[in-house]
Design a binder for this molecule. Structure first.
Ligand SMILES: Nc1nc2c(ncn2[C@@H]2O[C@H](COP(=O)(O)OP(=O)(O)OP(=O)(O)O)[C@@H](O)[C@H]2O)c(=O)[nH]1
Ligand SMILES: [Mg+2]
Length: 307
């Protein structure tokens, strides 16, 4: 193919758009919930606890006019420093550098110093859209208060636009997609139209188990753990998945397993059901607990985990 033909073939037919949008913000503002609703499938894990997302997760939404490639990022860490937090923050700043538009998520009527710290990291040369999430909350129903809140956030940064949404209830998600579209360059789609993520089944399975740990264990414990996929096999329409939960200390093991193994059973049953929904396939899942101390401060080990 000569170069002219090649250039012609990459021209976007009828103004089709395709590009990248990074979703950033402090922990717990609802970034992952928002991405799941933007693409219409649950691929990024969510929880009431901050610092749920540890990896960048790409979610793809394709319609007749555009393909949006969203990058969900870990909540930007402003508290204590350790190897894990430094790496998470590096992932966020990296994710912002190569995209067409940045979505800065804040919680309605709640702008904290942690939000301000993330705001200071926002790029100046890439358009940033302010997205005010959780407008379903009772106090956010006061229109005047909400618009005053938006004004005050806007006064601190030169945003390219704004939208209010409730990610959890799927409110104004279509409006947000429309607002984002003009920021995507004209281009043919980069991914097949039925692809919703670039993450592997292994990764998604691991994340689902991590979500259940966040959901069913106490406040501190999930942070002191990680999850490793030991086996992931597809055979005759069945996924056979073996997953190890890594805890820091021997005495954390019984907390995960629970009395008579009940807690671990609940975690693995719920994880299996989510996997079956996502993979649209029967799943055999085995989850067990292993001790591996100090992993959150071990840079080499974090690399092995792909963090
Ligand atoms: N009321 C309300 N709650 C929401 C909304 N969106 C998200 N949440 C809740 O906020 C909590 C955090 O949601 P996540 O999506 O995990 O937040 P995140 O920003 O990805 O958090 P990290 O990954 O830890 O940075 C969960 O309990 C969600 O159910 C919303 O629109 N309204
Ligand atoms: Mg998240």
């Amino acid at each position: 193919m000569n170069i002219e033909n090649f250039l012609d073939s990459t021209d976007s037919p009828n103004g089709y758009r395709c590009g990248f949008a990074a979703i950033v913000g402090r922990p717990n503002v609802g970034k992952s919930t928002l991405m799941n609703h933007l693409i219409g499938q649950k691929i990024s894990i969510t929880s009431k606890k901050a610092q749920t997302t540890r990896h960048k997760v790409t979610g793809i939404y394709t319609d007749d006019t555009a393909q949006f490639v969203f990058v969900d990022t870990p909540g930007f860490q402003t508290d204590h420093r350790n190897a894990l937090n430094d790496r998470l923050n590096l992932n966020v700043t990296e994710a912002m550098s190569g995209v067409d538009v940045v979505i800065f998520v804040v919680e309605a009527l709640r702008f904290t110093e942690a939000d301000r710290t993330v705001m200071k990291q926002l790029p100046k040369h890439i358009p940033v859209l302010l997205v005010v999430n959780k407008i379903d909350k009772e106090k956010a129903k006061d229109k005047l208060m909400l618009s005053n809140f938006i004004e005050s956030v806007r006064s601190e940064f030169d945003f390219a636009g704004e939208e209010v949404v409730s990610a959890k209830h799927g409110l104004r998600i279509a409006n947000l997609l429309e607002k984002l579209k003009p920021f995507l360059p004209e281009s043919v789609p980069m991914y097949p139209d039925d692809m919703i993520t670039d993450k592997s089944g292994r990764f998604l399975a691991m994340e689902i188990v991590r979500e259940k740990l966040f959901r069913y264990l106490g406040e501190e414990l999930p942070y002191a753990m990680n999850v490793e996929v030991e086996q992931f096999q597809e055979e005759d329409g069945l996924y056979r998945i073996y997953i190890a939960v890594l805890v820091d200390k021997e005495n954390q093991k019984p907390i995960v397993i629970g009395k008579g193994g009940e807690k671990l059973k609940k975690i693995s049953t719920e994880a299996r059901l989510d996997m079956e929904k996502l993979f649209d396939c029967k799943v055999f899942l085995k989850v067990w607990v292993k001790v591996k101390s100090g992993w959150a401060d071990d840079i080499r080990f974090l690399r092995e985990l792909g963090l």
